[in-house]
Design a protein around this ligand. Structure first.
Ligand code: GLA
Length: 737
C-alpha cells in the first residue's frame, strides 16, 4: 500500500520504499503540507509537525482562529490573496475579474497503476510495478471550478509524480494565469540549490549555491527547455555529495517555458514551485473545458546524489521512455554532419558508409542538407523532399544501398522550421510564427512554423511519414535550431495569444505521437542545436538526445558529467569527432575521444575515409569494445567519482557497474599532464565488497572492498616523443573472478 489515508480521512501519507510524503486537509478546507523526506511511520495525526504559534502583524483566517495565519503555514497548492503572500501555485481570473480563489477539499480517489495523460508526455506503469495514483478533488467555493491534484507513487524508485487539472463545469469562463505542476513547502532553508546551466556548446554545467531569502529560480522563456537552463534541479543539504547526504530532485516532463523556483520566506520555509512558467502564459478555461498541467517529478534520497541519479534514471527507463526502445541497446552510428557539412553527394556518402560498415558501425545517419535545395543554411527548411542533384536516383535508392550493405539508415529533419527561401514559404507564408506587421527576427536564417496550427502538423506528418515509408527509415534525428521570437499566431484570436507557447509544444508532441504510432520501430533522437531541449518531455518520445554540439572530448567531460545528475547515459548521444575539434580547435588523442564517448550512446561524426590505417584499426577496436560492453555503458549503474567541477578539475572519473556487480568499467581522464606528479589512486564505487575481481584482465585479483576503500594505483602517463600526454585517459575494466 503506497497510499495511507487516516480514519478521519484528512491525512494522506504517501509511501515509497524509502520515502514518506504527507499532507493533510487543514481547518479551512485547504491542503497543508506536513512532511517529505526519509520514510517515517504512518500515524493518525501529526499534531506536533503542524503546531503553530501566533505571530504579530500577520493576517489570520478568521477572528476565531487567530493562530491560523496562512503565510505561516506550509501549504500544498497555495493561492494568492488570502493571507499567504508567497508566490502561489496557481492563479485564476474569474469572469468578474476577481482573482480570489477558495479551493476546498471535497473528496479523494485512489487508483491502482498510473494512466498516461491524453495529450502530454507522461509517466506510466505498464509493467505493474506497484504504482498507485491518488487524486485529491477540491472545489472553488466562489466559482465552482474543480481542481484535481494528482499524486502517482512509484514505490520502488522512490518517485512521486504530481500534476494538477482545472475542470470548469460551470457556466462561466475563467482564465488560468498560473498553474504549477507541484508545490512543496520544506520546513527550513538549509539547502543548496543545484542547477545545470550553460549555453550552446556548453550545456548543463553544475552550479551549487546556498539558498538565500527571497526567490531564486531556474527558468526559460524561449519556448524550449533551453541550453541556458534545465528543468532538473536539486536541493541538497550543504554537506551532501555524490555518496552521502540528503537530496531532493525535481524535474518537469515538459519542453517549453518552465519555471523551477525556490522562495525562502521570512520564517525560513522554502517553497518549491515546479511547472510551466507563468510569464508569457495564460489559458482560457472556458465553460465545459479543462486544463491539465504537465507532470512534475519529485524524488528524494538520503544517500547522496549518485543514488538520486540512479533512481531517477531507472525510473525514466521503466516508466517514461517509449517501452519499445527503453531497454534496447542503441546502435553505434556514424553521422556525416562534421564529416561533410552540406558538401556531399551520394558517391561521397557511400564511401563513408562502406568504410564504416567494415569497421562494424551499425547505422548511417544522413544529417542536414539532403532535401530541397539546401547547400547551406539559408534555404529549404520545410521542403521535405529529396534534392535530386545530390541523389539523382532518389533517397529511396540511397537508403536501399545502405540497407543492402547491412546497416541501418537514419535521417535528419528539422520539422518545426521554415526558410523564407523555400517552396513551403511561397505557398504558406502565413504558417510562420510572427506578426506580419513587425520586422521578424531571423536566427540561423530561419523562422518557426506555427505548430499550434493543426494544418501545419498535418502537413509535416504527411511529408515525414512519406519519407519514412519510402526509405524504410530506422531512425530520425529531430532537430530544432532556433528559439522563438515574435510570439504571435495568425491563427489565434487576441484572447488566446498567451496560449501560443503551450499550444506550440503540444503541437510538437502531437507530431511525435502521430509519427511514432504510424512507425513504431523508428528510433528518435531529439536535438536542438545540440542540447537545447534535453528534457523529459522529449525523452518520452525520443529515447536518446544529442547532448551537445560540442564534440570536443575535454569539453564533454563537464557536459556529460553535469547531464548525468538528472538523466541516464542511455539518453546521451556521444560522438567521436575529428581533430582539431571544430568547436574548440583542440587536439585530443583518438583513444580519449573514444573512452569519453563510450559513456553514452556511441557514435562517430568525422570523415572516416580520411583516417590513417592505424586510426581505422583503433576505431575498429573501439567499436568491438563498445559492442562487448554496450549494455553496461548504456544501462549500467552510473557513478560519478572524480568531479571536473571541483578543485582544478584536472581529473575526471566515472564508472558503470552491472546490476549484478560482476562487471564494472571506470573511465579516468586527465586534462594536463604534470611533470613528476604525485602518486594517484583510482577509487571504485558500487562493487560487491565480498567479490573478487580482476582489473583489465591481468592476473592479480582484488577484493571489491579493497578497490573501493584502498583504491587502485594509477601509473603515470608515459611520455611519448610524438605528442604530449595531455588529454589522456585510462579505462579500468573490472570483472568478477
Ligand atoms: C544542429 C545540430 C547538428 C547538426 C546541424 C545541422 O546544429 O545540433 O548536430 O545536425 O544542426 O544543421
Amino acid at each position: 500500500m503506497s497510499i495511507i489515508v487516516n480514519q478521519a480521512k484528512d491525512v494522506f501519507h504517501l509511501q515509497t520504499d524509502h520515502t514518506s510524503y504527507i499532507f493533510r486537509v487543514m481547518e479551512n478546507g485547504e491542503l497543508g503540507q506536513i512532511y517529505y523526506g526519509k520514510k517515517i511511520h504512518p500515524k493518525e495525526q501529526y499534531n506536533n509537525l503542524i503546531t503553530r504559534e501566533l505571530h504579530d502583524a500577520t493576517p489570520a483566517w478568521t477572528e476565531e482562529t487567530p493562530d491560523f495565519q496562512p503565510e505561516l503555514l506550509k501549504q500544498e497548492y497555495a493561492s494568492l490573496g488570502k493571507g499567504d503572500y508567497r508566490y502561489p501555485a496557481f492563479q485564476l481570473t474569474q469572469a468578474s475579474g476577481s482573482r480570489i480563489s477558495e479551493f476546498k477539499y471535497q473528496d479523494y480517489n485512489v487508483e491502482d497503476g498510473k494512466k498516461r495523460l491524453s495529450d502530454l508526455p507522461s509517466t506510466f506503469d505498464d509493467t505493474n510495478d506497484g504504482a498507485q495514483t491518488l487524486i485529491i478533488i477540491l472545489v472553488d467555493q466562489i466559482t465552482g471550478i474543480k481542481l484535481e491534484l494528482s499524486y502517482a507513487i512509484f514505490p520502488h524508485q522512490d518517485v512521486i509524480i504530481r500534476s494538477s487539472k482545472f475542470i470548469n463545469e460551470t457556466d462561466e469562463n475563467a482564465v488560468i494565469d498560473a498553474a504549477y505542476s507541484a508545490q512543496l513547502d520544506l520546513p527550513d532553508s538549509n539547502y543548496d540549490l543545484v542547477q545545470f546551466s550553460g549555453t550552446w556548446a556548453r550545456e548543463r554545467h553544475l552550479f551549487r549555491n546556498k539558498l538565500r531569502p527571497g526567490i531564486q529560480s531556474v527558468n526559460s522563456l524561449r519556448t524550449a527547455s533551453s541550453h541556458q537552463e534545465n528543468p532538473f534541479v536539486m536541493l541538497a543539504r550543504p554537506d551532501t555529495d555524490n555518496d552521502q547526504g540528503e537530496v531532493f530532485g525535481f524535474n518537469l516532463i515538459y519542453s517549453g517555458n518552465f519555471n523551477d523556483s525556490v522562495e525562502v520566506d521570512q520564517f525560513d520555509v522554502s517553497r518549491v514551485l515546479i511547472g510551466i512558467n507563468p510569464d508569457e502564459f495564460a489559458w482560457n478555461l472556458k465553460s465545459g473545458e479543462s486544463f491539465q498541467t504537465p507532470e512534475a517529478v519529485l524524488s528524494y534520497s538520503d544517500s547522496g546524489m549518485n543514488q538520486l541519479s540512479q533512481q531517477l534514471g531507472d525510473f525514466y527507463t521503466d516508466h517514461l521512455v517509449n517501452p519499445t526502445f527503453a531497454k534496447k541497446e542503441r546502435p553505434i552510428l556514424i553521422n556525416n554532419w562534421e564529416a561533410t557539412y552540406f558538401d556531399f553527394d551520394e558517391d561521397k556518402l557511400m564511401t563513408i558508409v562502406k568504410q564504416a560498415h567494415e569497421l562494424g558501425i551499425e547505422m548511417f545517419v544522413l544529417d542536414d542538407g539532403w532535401f530541397g535545395k539546401r547547400n547551406d543554411d539559408t534555404t529549404s527548411l520545410g521542403d521535405w523532399f529529396v534534392d535530386n542533384d545530390k541523389f539523382p536516383n532518389g533517397l529511396n535508392h540511397f537508403s536501399q544501398q545502405v540497407h543492402d550493405i547491412g546497416m541501418k539508415f537514419g535521417l535528419w529533419f528539422e520539422p518545426e522550421m521554415i526558410s523564407m527561401t523555400s517552396k513551403l514559404y511561397d505557398e504558406h507564408p502565413d504558417w510562420m510564427i510572427g506578426d506580419p506587421k513587425a520586422q521578424l527576427i531571423p536566427s540561423r536564417h530561419q523562422f518557426v512554423l506555427d505548430m499550434a496550427k493543426p494544418e501545419v502538423v498535418d502537413y509535416l506528418f504527411k511529408k515525414i511519414d512519406q519519407v519514412i515509408s519510402d526509405t524504410d527509415l530506422d531512425y530520425i534525428k529531430w532537430d530544432m535550431n532556433r528559439n522563438i521570437t515574435d510570439m504571435f499566431s495568425l491563427h489565434l484570436d487576441s484572447a488566446h495569444q498567451l496560449e501560443l507557447g503551450h499550444r506550440y509544444i503540444k503541437g510538437v508532441y502531437q507530431l511525435y505521437d502521430r509519427l511514432i504510432k504510424a512507425h513504431p520501430d523508428v528510433l528518435f533522437e531529439s536535438c536542438a542545436s545540440g542540447g537545447g531541449r534535453f528534457d523529459l518531455g522529449l525523452m518520452y518520445y525520443a529515447p536518446q538526445a544529442w547532448t551537445s554540439d560540442d564534440t570536443d572530448a575535454i569539453e564533454r567531460l563537464k557536459i556529460q558529467y553535469g547531464t548525468s545528475y538528472g538523466y541516464p547515459l542511455s539518453m546521451m548521444g556521444a560522438h567521436v569527432s575529428a581533430v582539431p575539434n571544430d568547436q574548440t580547435g583542440r587536439i585530443t588523442p583518438l583513444e580519449t575521444r573514444g573512452t569519453i564517448a563510450y559513456f553514452g550512446d556511441l557514435g562517430y561524426e568525422l570523415d572516416i575515409t580520411k583516417m590513417t590505417k592505424e586510426e581505422l584499426v583503433q576505431v575498429q577496436g573501439q567499436v568491438d569494445f563498445y559492442q562487448r560492453y554496450r549494455k553496461l555503458f548504456q544501462f549500467g549503474k552510473f557513478y560519478r567519482i572524480d568531479d571536473p567541477f571541483e578543485k582544478d578539475g584536472n581529473i575526471t572519473s566515472w564508472e558503470v557497474v552491472s546490476p549484478d556487480k560482476k562487471q564494472a568499467i571506470v573511465g579516468r581522464y586527465q586534462i594536463l599532464n604534470h611533470p613528476n606528479a604525485p602518486y594517484q589512486r583510482q577509487y571504485f564505487k558500487g562493487l560487491d565488497p565480498d567479490k573478487q575481481y580482476t582489473v583489465n584482465h591481468t592476473s592479480e585479483t582484488f577484493w571489491g572492498d579493497e578497490l573501493m576503500s584502498a583504491g587502485y594505483f594509477v601509473p603515470k602517463v608515459k611520455k611519448n616523443k610524438n605528442y604530449s600526454s595531455d588529454y589522456s585517459s585510462a579505462l579500468f575494466v573490472v570483472e568478477e573472478v
